[in-house]
Design a protein around this ligand. Structure first.
Ligand SMILES: [Zn+2]
Length: 75
């Protein structure tokens, strides 16, 4: 059996090796990956489902310069 691509060296940036991940996107309807509902408690870095407590990071929390950026409203 032959691999299609060689694995990336440890520590190298390889987004295709990370797999699928969830993020909470502000100003969009976000369905919970655990229960499918759309009620969230939103913090500064993550959002938590109001029904099953599944937590997801905010999409804006991973961007550089978050301390310098201010959103207009948080709904
Ligand atoms: Zn949920």
């Amino acid at each position: 059996m032959k691999l299609a691509t060689a694995p990336a060296p440890r520590g190298a940036f390889a987004p295709h090796m990370r797999g699928y991940s969830f993020v909470y996107r502000e100003n969009e309807i976000n369905h919970c990956p655990g229960c499918g509902r759309t009620h969230w408690y939103i913090g500064r870095l993550s959002a938590e489902c109001g029904f099953c407590q599944t937590a997801m990071p905010l999409s804006t929390a991973t961007t550089p310069g978050i301390g310098c950026k201010r959103q207009a409203s948080r709904g």
